[in-house]
Design a protein around this ligand. Structure first.
Ligand code: GLU
Length: 471
């Protein structure tokens, strides 16, 4: 890249920021930041029917959250509608576009009669119609082929006769998206058009328009792979979690999200996948992006996110997770066992469930865990009894430490006969009923530290209640 690239992200505000759009936005940002170029933002807001201006704020907020800072102020496509129309009329004036009064029904009826592919047949090409009430302006597509360099897909070329004479201005005079999109890129001096694969089919038309007008065209395109679910189907709003805002609400970190998005269709040459985006900036290369559909793998996203959670300084983790907790008491509870939780959660949203036993007066019991570990566990009754006895004997205060609690429960296991052949206590088994009785669940942070944080009084009350319930 001899000159610094100028790239853009061009969202249409028709929905919340989609992970697929965020994937393209990130690729643009990486290319710009790597080469000291510019990353511009253009809001493509010309589709009055589908456009919901209030969504622009969501898109900007999510880009900020992901750390994808843009250069300059966002521009709005609708500000340039007059220019788009003027350019189309210029094409009409020199014969590269023509007026057409065919209705959609007529176009369809003729296609059926022909028995050929649907679409416009060039009926008005040579009719010499003037602009009228119900005339649309159509592009007179030239003969030949239209080709471009696609950094992800290689050289791509389309036979022009596979395309119809497409509409530039609707009969109400409004310019179509494709025209606005191509003209704005030229106007903004975009050097690399990096966008989703769903735009590949529009690219030959885009290029024909710029070439017909003698406008500069981008040096290259890059059509990013489609994101698919485990069924290899395109991610859809109805079936899949697609909104970046939902991932944020679930407690994914922006560091994890952006790291994972970068790995969709691409991998760093040294194979180290979990790494800060500032390192990815130096490594990312569109030429290495795989054009095949990329599987949006929630398990892998969770894994990457868990890594990022573990990398946070403890106070940062506690502060960020605190935003997902209901009140200060809950936040104080988290602070008391922060490091143990940080090691075990994959999202900030999982934190509450892991520590709620510390602030809820009566934490809910997972009934499946209760049944499996307590009801069907070996010697649970004697184990709970012996634990109450041993733990009650510990001094509240200095005596209530994780080490003392662990030793007490070991003695209880021996008393209850939950032992190995050599007579030593079988702690994995023995601690199960104690854990479910005090925290409501089979899994959670390390038990001894959890009970230390829970305190002697509450631990004993819960063990008693469980013993009574077991009968
Ligand atoms: N506004 C288009 C979209 O949201 C993007 C077009 C482009 O990037 O060229 O799909």
């Amino acid at each position: 890249m001899p000159d610094a690239p100028v790239v853009r992200f061009a969202p249409s505000p028709t929905g919340f920021l989609h992970v697929g759009s965020a994937h393209s936005a990130l690729a643009n940002w990486l290319v710009a930041r790597r080469a000291g170029g510019r990353f511009l933002l253009r809001i493509e807001d010309t589709d009055a029917e589908r456009n919901r201006p209030e969504l622009i704020e969501n898109v900007l907020e999510m880009l900020r959250w992901l750390g994808l800072d843009w250069d300059g102020e966002p521009v709005h496509q609708s500000d340039r509608t007059d220019d788009h129309r003027a350019m189309a009329l210029k094409l009409a004036a020199d014969g590269q576009a023509y007026w057409c009064d065919c209705t959609a029904e007529q176009v369809q009826a003729r296609a059926q009669e022909r028995g050929g592919p649907p679409g416009y047949d060039g009926f008005c090409r040579d009719r010499g119609l003037e602009r009228g009430e119900a005339t649309a302006l159509r592009f007179r597509r030239p003969e030949g082929t239209t080709a471009w360099t696609d950094l992800v897909r290689g050289e791509v070329s389309f036979a022009n006769d596979s395309l119809e004479d497409f509409v530039l201005l609707r009969s109400n005079g409004s310019p179509v998206f494709l025209l606005a999109n191509a003209l704005d890129d030229a106007h903004m001096g975009i050097t690399h058009v990096i966008r989703g694969e769903d735009h590949v089919n529009g690219t030959p038309k885009y290029l024909m328009i710029l070439r017909a007008l003698g406008l500069p065209e981008p040096v290259a395109f890059a059509h990013m792979p489609l994101l698919v679910n485990e069924g290899r189907k395109k991610l859809s709003k109805r079936r899949d979690d697609v909104s970046v805002a939902d991932y944020r609400a679930e407690g994914f970190l922006p560091e994890g999200m952006v790291n994972y998005l970068a790995l969709l269709g691409w991998g760093p040459p040294d194979g180290v996948e979990v790494r800060p985006v500032r390192e990815i900036v130096d490594l990312y290369d569109l030429a290495q992006v795989n054009p095949s559909p990329a599987f949006f793998d929630r398990k892998k996203l969770l894994h990457v996110n868990a890594e990022w959670i573990r990398r946070l300084p403890l106070d940062d983790f506690v502060a960020r997770a605190g935003a997902f907790l209901p009140h200060d008491e809950a936040r104080a509870a988290l602070a008391s066992i922060g490091p143990l939780v940080q090691e075990r959660v994959r999202t900030l949203g999982e934190v509450a469930e892991m520590v709620d036993f510390l602030w809820l007066a009566e934490p809910p019991t997972d009934e499946a865990d209760w049944d499996k570990v307590v009801v069907r566990g070996k010697a649970s009754g004697p184990m709970l009894d012996a634990s109450v006895t041993e733990l009650r004997a510990l001094d509240d205060g200095d005596g209530w430490t994780a080490a003392a609690i662990s030793a007490a429960v070991e003695r209880a296991a021996t008393t209850a006969g939950i032992t190995k052949e050599d007579g030593s206590p079988q702690m994995a088994k023995a601690s199960g009923p104690v854990r479910v009785a005090t925290t409501g669940r089979r899994v959670g942070p390390p038990l001894w530290e959890s009970l230390e944080a829970l305190g002697r009084e509450r631990t004993l009350v819960r063990l008693d209640a469980a013993r009574a319930r077991l009968g």
